[in-house]
Design a protein around this ligand. Structure first.
Ligand SMILES: Cc1cc2nc3c(=O)[nH]c(=O)nc-3n(C[C@H](O)[C@H](O)[C@H](O)COP(=O)(O)OP(=O)(O)OC[C@H]3O[C@@H](n4cnc5c(N)ncnc54)[C@H](O)[C@@H]3O)c2cc1C
Length: 498
């Protein structure tokens, strides 16, 4: 990596008679973004003897969507929270390596409160939902194996005989579906969801992979990634450019020029790990504009928004179970899934912090993001009073992130939408001129949405770039034109209805 300095005079600084030095940095590889995928890419290059790279990250800390903060004295996760899929899942191996403190989540440990604020027994309905959804997964897996067309989550649930009618049934469905996928069954793929689930929980990481663990470590979930980053970057490492925002990526057949808000980086190769939401929102400029086949792949994918709203109360007034489901009559699933952070085995109880957390997704997330904190708090207290009566205290703190509005993320994790073909996905992640490569959770066909998707794609893409540097770039696939199934369908044998 070489640095050269060009003295530039910015208008503001000229007035105060100062000069700023903008550097031009020459490097082999520029890693754009320092989330889990970027860290994994940097580690892979390092372990394979390539240290001529620069990492550019807009925030003042690595980790990306692995973010935590304090509510009272408790460290809570604003982003990823669960190791999803155990066994040899690389995230599970990191959990073990750094002895991360985790808790077992019991999704059946539930209290049900109906629309009148009355506790009811919803176990039978919840079990029914689980059975019906298993059928959806079975149908979807069979279709995947025989290369049949996809169907939406809603179609699948209806085919399996699940019809949510009452508010509590809708909340059961919301908990089982949206709370996992981040989006509604109407817009979600069933085939890819089944493959994604199977990959992490049964097929890929060995016989012990079925299960998940919730991080409750006061060091935060990101600790494991920050520790791995220390294997790459030493203190004051000039290759790590924090607080530096990429503005434009200019690419050609020969090189990539990255213009940041501080300097210019000229690289032989770049690895973009920006979220698919950042790519969709045009937060970074691409010169020349990406080709249409690639843009279509990017625009067609979904980055769901999943918002955890943490409320800290002077005392616990809710039930001991891990989760409480409220049948909100206002809107399907709105403010309906509450998690008790005081539950046995979660955070220490008996102290000042009594945290009750509610999750909203997608349109509900956009709505809360557009409201002030006070407005959200007022609305939530209205719901809690319907659930528990008027005699409940006001919260001492409320914290929630605005993932969708944040130009560095634009959402939480990806969800495969109905209508997105395998080939669209290939196009979304295909390199440009074998100079700009794409990694990050959404680019993982098997583990999209999960941390392992981010980690594995970062390593894989770094290995490809290393191959480009040392030998010749591997062949990448893309589809300049996509054809739909109809043409093929018209030549297959049809049954005649008599
Ligand atoms: C609320 C929430 C809950 C989740 N729950 C789980 C879970 O329980 N289990 C699980 O496995 N996964 C979960 N995930 C998903 C998981 O966090 C992600 O898959 C993973 O962190 C994505 O990593 P990444 O490196 O692909 O992307 P990112 O983390 O988005 O990394 C990209 C980086 O690029 C930086 N960047 C963006 N724009 C610019 C720019 N212009 N210039 C410079 N830098 C820029 C960003 O700051 C970021 O650091 C959750 C995510 C969220 C938000």
């Amino acid at each position: 990596m070489k640095f050269s300095s060009i003295a530039v005079i910015s208008l503001g600084l000229l007035a105060s008679n100062h000069f700023a030095d903008a550097e031009t940095i020459h490097t082999k590889v520029a890693i754009l973004g320092g989330g889990v995928s970027g860290i994994s890419a940097a580690l892979n290059l390092t372990l394979n003897g390539m240290d001529d790279f620069v990492m550019v990250e807009a925030r003042d800390i690595l980790g990306g969507r692995a973010q935590n903060t304090k509510v009272g004295n408790t460290t809570i996760e604003l982003g990823c929270n669960w190791v999803q899929g155990l066994g040899s899942n690389p995230i599970n191996l990191l959990r073990q390596k750094y002895d991360l403190k985790t808790a077992v989540t019991d999704y059946g440990d539930l209290t049900y409160i109906d629309e009148n604020g009355k506790k009811i027994n919803g176990t039978a309905k919840n079990n029914e939902y689980a059975d019906r959804y298993s059928k959806v997964e079975e149908m979807a897996s069979l279709r995947a194996k025989s290369n049949q067309v996809d169907f939406s989550g809603r179609t699948g649930l209806s085919l399996a005989g699940w019809f949510a009618k009452t508010p509590i049934e809708q909340s059961i469905e919301y908990f089982g579906y949206d709370w996992e996928m981040g989006e509604t069954p109407e817009v979600s793929s069933s085939v890819f969801a089944a493959l994604n689930d199977e990959a992490s929980y049964s097929s890929d990481f060995g016989p012990d992979s079925d299960g998940d663990l919730m991080n409750i470590d006061p060091r935060g979930f990101r600790h494991i990634f920050l520790e791995e980053a220390k294997r790459v970057f030493k203190k004051n490492d000039k290759r790590l450019k924090l607080n530096t925002k990429v503005k434009t990526v200019e690419y050609s057949k020969d090189k990539v020029t990255i213009h940041t808000d501080k300097d210019t980086i000229i690289a032989d190769y770049a690895i973009s790990t920006f979220s698919v939401g950042v790519l969709q929102h045009r937060d970074v400029q691409w010169k020349p504009e990406m080709p249409d086949w690639k843009l279509e792949g990017i625009f067609g994918f979904h980055l769901a928004t999943y918002t955890k709203i943490f409320l800290n109360f002077p005392k616990q007034f809710w039930d001991e179970t891990q989760f409480t489901l409220y049948g909100n009559p206002t809107s399907r699933g709105l403010y309906s899934v509450w998690e008790n952070m005081n539950a046995k085995g979660f955070f220490p109880t008996g102290g000042k912090d009594n945290i009750f957390m509610v999750t909203v997704t997608q349109d509900y997330s956009y709505r809360v993001e557009s409201m002030s904190d006070d407005e959200v708090k007022k609305e939530l207290m209205g719901v809690l009073r319907k659930m528990y009566g008027d005699d409940i205290p006001e919260p001492t703190d409320m914290v929630f992130p605005r993932w969708h509005s944040d130009p560095l993320f634009r959402g939480s994790y990806s969800n495969w939408p109905i209508g997105e073909l395998d080939q669209h996905h290939e196009n979304m992640k295909a390199p440009l001129h074998n100079r700009v490569f794409f990694a990050g959770e959404a680019t993982s066909k098997r583990y999209y949405g999960f941390l392992q998707g981010a980690w594995i794609t970062g390593g894989e893409i770094a290995a490809k770039v290393n191959q480009c540097i040392k030998h010749k770039c591997p062949v990448s696939t893309y589809y300049p034109t996509l054809y739909n199934a109809k043409a093929k369908g018209s030549i297959i044998k049809r049954e005649v209805v008599v």
